[in-house]
Design a protein around this ligand. Structure first.
Ligand code: CA
Ligand code: CA
Ligand code: CA
Ligand code: CA
Length: 490
């Protein structure tokens, strides 16, 4: 009898000590996860996504051998990103894992409450066909209105082309054998084209470059997946420097380039991967332009670089988001008309290892408290929100918001592919247009395309298919590539 009791105690002890300590798992997660990015609550993803996607990926990044040995595709394809010395012991990892798997919900809450969409009647849709010079379905990676030349530029990575259109959507020029276009800057006489590389697919290559549209000169090359370029006079010599966002893979760069003779000299501001967008404003009103930068990978955040002169910056993390948010873009505008700049932000990237519909995908307004500190004042759920722009589209003297989605919920809420948030008495009315069958919207630009005094929109379609939840609209397979939304105000 005594022996039996003793065995029971020993057995219980063995079971207890082999069972990971969930409580300690939480402490470890708070300690270790936050060293690289904001702490992600278990409630942000469903159990199966933690188990088969996010946790194995994190274990790989943290160098956990037992997990790396059994990695499966597609995560195994990213093995070059693996950590080489384990950040935590195997036992500690088991505890972190147990904490997430014990507390994760079976499913995330459903946010598709908008069934009866109100329609926006401000724009006239015009479908524009991209010439298929390689016979392939267009995959538009970038669109840009060039007001100076009353037209727009489109990059199509499937046909490896850049097409220049006039304001009516007629082709002016086609260039073939092009890299994948990520961004067009129109601040100077000739547009500056930023190419991410041979494709937008994540890779460790450094084939990115910047070239001029006129003359087609390569101006910067060997960049790590550059996606954005801004011209801004940082040193106060009246000639602009260039700021580039190299999204990168493991490492990236936020850098500025200073012209010296005919060459551009690079000054790296940050080597963090994931820089996706930069904007300028003189926030502290010291007559020096400051930089506001969105990082969209790992440590997702909006960071402000206060310009100290002489190429030096002081860095402030202005907003920080959990690493599963999938930040995609932001815009700056005084949206509440109280005299300071507010931040309007979109989250919705769903192409990584946690491809489920997420209730926190959508459009956020962060109101400036007057001291460049922000509080969230509005959230509109929108699956897959990929880009947000803020302008006074209906010319009633308040800012409105447009947004597109690359990962809409096709079955339940297909019209969220394009959202228009009209500001009415400080509130936002969510509207859309029945343009969801015309394309899977990945890129968008606003500008007065036809010089009639109102802001038009250009949308570009990129019908990628791999996405388990959210679905695929078969009509996208015949999408023409481009949609002009011509403003009818004027
Ligand atoms: Ca300043
Ligand atoms: Ca404001
Ligand atoms: Ca308005
Ligand atoms: Ca117009």
């Amino acid at each position: 009898m005594l022996i039996r009791i003793f065995s029971f105690i020993v057995l219980s002890y063995l079971v207890m000590c082999c069972k990971p300590d969930v409580k300690r798992g939480e402490q470890l997660a708070r300690l270790h996860c936050q060293s690289c990015h904001q702490f992600p609550e278990p409630s942000l993803l469903p159990h199966n996504v933690w188990e088969y996607g996010t946790l194995p990926y994190m274990a790989m990044m943290m160098g956990i051998e037992s997990e790396i040995k059994v990695l499966k595709d597609p995560i195994r394809n990213y093995i070059s990103l693996r950590g080489h010395s384990p950040m935590v012991s195997e036992e500690e990892w088991a505890e972190i894992k147990a904490y997430y798997l014990t507390n994760a919900p079976a499913q995330l809450p459903d946010t598709n409450s908008t069934k009866d969409w109100r329609l926006v009647n401000l724009f006239k849709p015009e479908v524009i066909e991209i010439p298929k010079i390689k016979g392939l379905l267009p995959n538009v990676t970038s669109v840009r209105i060039v007001e100076k030349s009353s037209g727009f530029l489109v990059g199509d990575q499937a046909n490896q082309s850049i097409v220049a259109f006039d304001s009516q959507g007629k082709v002016r020029e086609i260039r073939g054998n092009q890299l994948a276009l990520a961004h067009v800057n129109t601040q100077s006489e000739s547009p500056l084209l930023t190419f991410i590389g041979t494709s937008t697919q994540a890779n460790p290559n450094m084939l990115g470059r910047v070239s001029s549209w006129d003359g087609q000169h390569v101006l910067l090359d060997q960049l790590q997946r550059p996606v954005n370029l801004l011209q801004v006079d940082l040193v106060g010599d009246k000639s602009p420097e260039w700021v580039t966002c190299e999204f990168g893979l493991q490492k990236g760069a936020l850098a500025f380039w200073e012209k010296s003779g005919k060459r551009w000299i690079k000054h790296v501001i940050s080597e963090q991967a994931g820089a996706i967008q930069v904007m300028q404003a003189d926030i502290n009103q010291d007559s020096r332009m400051d930089l506001i930068v969105l990082f969209a990978q790992g440590n997702e955040s909006i960071v402000t670089y206060f310009n100290q002169g002489n190429g030096r910056f002081s860095t402030v993390e202005t907003l920080r988001f959990p690493p599963v948010y999938g930040s995609t873009s932001f815009d700056l505008a005084d949206i509440d008309k109280d005299g300071d700049i507010d931040i309007i932000y979109s989250a919705g990237d769903n192409a990584d290892f946690s491809t489920v519909l997420k209730p926190y995908h959508g459009i956020y307004i962060f109101e400036n408290q007057g001291n460049w500190k922000f509080v969230k004042s509005h959230f509109s759920p929108m699956n897959g929100s990929n880009k947000v722009l803020v302008r006074d589209f209906d010319q009633d003297d308040d800012m409105d918001i447009v947004a597109i989605s690359l990962f809409p919920n096709v079955a339940k809420s297909p019209m969220e592919g394009f959202c228009y948030l009209e500001q009415v008495n400080r509130r936002f009315k969510l509207k859309s247009m029945p343009i969801n069958h015309l394309g899977r919207w990945c890129s968008m630009d606003a500008g007065d395309l036809d010089h009639d005094g109102d802001l038009d929109l250009i949308l570009g379609s990129l019908p990628v298919q791999e996405f388990p939840q959210g679905g695929f609209d078969p009509a996208w397979k015949t999408a023409k590539g481009i949609l002009i939304l011509r403003n009818k105000k004027r």
